[in-house]
Design a protein around this ligand. Structure first.
Ligand code: ASP
Length: 445
């Protein structure tokens, strides 16, 4: 994904989560917060929900959504709807204003009118990017290309700038989970489903228990991914059941379902989850998942890819160095005080604190290494109880740290874009550099 696109996604996530947070800050319910956040994303053509929904093989947009209230276990859902601007609000109307939980197809569209929800012409959901993506897919699958939908703007002369096809972002379903001041949790999910779906296919998103579930007894979960697997595993409800009946922590429960159960079926996707105690978790087995989280008074966290942020890598390296090089020759390299897993969450709040930990780690390394004598190199040390020669212990880190430093550089380069200053000989400037070297004006030492 190009940096402009990434910036746009980050801004959209920020807007959606802040809209929901504002509701909660004003004492609103978790149901209101979930609906507000999702409406924001349904209005944004970036996501596969509402405005930016993918097309069916027939060239239509058929939308699904569900919402569930953890306090009452009431739920509402709608599938294959074509005219509600905000399918999530339709799902909520089903819950609050009908005796039913799940409405589908023309009946759901009719209920949407009856409930007085905002209606749009189906062409409102047309986006060129999704249309081109559909055409590409249908061509690949050898399926007939439907006519350009009525009411769509004329086809552009040149191809659209970017069509997202990467597996990392194939699932653009939106979801939100929230906890309000009363201690109630809620979950909601909205989607256009899967691209080129046929025969009235409905995925997991509007199915209570599969793509969406909430109970104050356990947690609230919203899922995205290959719906067929999520339905078969009742993913959202299973995460909650593991918390409720097996006493698993929220993250552990989410990881269990995504990384074990889903992976075992070769399904892919992810979940976001929240518990009444305020714990939040996300878990996914795709290369990335657009996500954001925010706790009252906390820092907004937005993520796209699976890989760790620069701050997390720095925190991990600092924690590792602190453990390995403190009393290097006389104690085990994995100190009992080290909590490795915590190195991958919640980086220090300020750059100053992060750099202090980083400096401390490197100081411990140099303090341990500098006084070593030749004889010390053949001594042994233990790491997690296993014996290593001092030389082996050093060599391990000679491989480990550059790996992480490389990650940091790659991320920094990615973020800096055109502002990046090469750390080595810049591209296409080798001859120039060699000349400078020969003249003694440049050196790589
Ligand atoms: N889970 C959705 C579905 O199968 C797709 C998605 O998450 O994007 O309908």
């Amino acid at each position: 994904m190009n940096p402009l696109m990434e910036t746009a996604y980050r801004a959209a996530l920020k807007q959606a989560i802040e809209a929901g947070a504002q509701v909660l800050d004003h004492g609103g319910s978790s149901m209101d917060a979930v609906e507000t956040s999702i409406r924001s994303m349904e209005d944004d053509p970036l996501f596969n929900a509402g405005r930016g929904a993918v097309f069916t093989a027939d060239g239509k947009n058929e939308l699904d959504a569900a919402i569930m209230d953890g306090a009452t276990l009431k739920a509402g859902a709608a599938a294959d709807v074509t005219r509600a601007r905000h399918p999530i609000s339709l799902a909520r109307a089903v819950m609050e204003r009908s005796p039913h939980v799940f409405l589908a197809g023309p009946g759901a569209d009719a209920f949407s009118v009856y409930a007085g929800l905002e209606q749009v012409d189906p062409s409102y959901f047309f986006t060129e990017r999704r249309w081109q993506s559909l055409i590409q897919r249908l061509k690949k699958e050898g399926l007939p290309i439907p006519p350009r939908p009525a009411g769509a703007p004329p086809a552009p002369a040149a191809p659209v700038a970017e069509i997202e096809a990467s597996a990392a972002h194939e699932y653009g379903t939106v979801g939100a989970v929230a906890l309000d001041r009363r201690g109630d949790i809620a979950a909601g999910t909205s989607t256009g489903g899967t691209e080129a779906k046929r025969w009235g296919r409905v995925g997991d998103s509007p199915l209570i228990g599969a793509g969406t579930y909430a109970s104050n007894q356990s947690c609230a979960v919203s899922a995205t991914g290959a719906g067929e697997y999520f339905i078969r595993l009742t993913v959202a409800r299973t995460v909650c059941a593991l918390v409720e009946y097996k006493g698993l922590g929220l993250q552990q429960a989410a990881d269990e379902v995504i990384h074990k159960e889903l992976a075992a079926l070769h399904g892919d996707g992810g979940v976001i989850a929240i518990a009444p105690g305020g714990q939040m978790a996300w878990s996914f087995n795709t290369p990335g998942m657009f996500r954001a989280r925010l706790a009252e008074g906390g820092k907004l966290e937005i993520g796209i890819y699976k890989s760790n942020s620069i701050a997390i890598i720095v925190k991990h390296m600092a924690g590792h160095m602190r453990s390995r090089w403190t009393d290097f020759l006389t104690t085990d390299g994995e100190k009992p005080s080290r909590d490795r897993d915590s190195e991958f969450i919640d980086p220090p709040a300020t750059r100053k604190d992060l750099l202090a930990a980083w400096e401390d780690g490197w100081n411990r390394l140099f303090t341990a290494i500098e006084p070593l004598t030749d004889a010390d190199l053949t001594r042994t040390v233990t790491i997690r109880g296993e014996t290593h020669s001092v030389m082996q212990a050093i060599n391990r880190q000679l491989a480990h740290y550059p790996h992480h430093v490389g990650q940091i550089v790659l991320l920094a380069k990615h973020f800096a874009c055109d502002h990046w200053q090469s750390l080595t000989i810049p591209r296409n400037q080798s001859t120039q550099f060699n000349r400078k070297g020969a003249a003694g004006k440049a050196s790589q030492r």
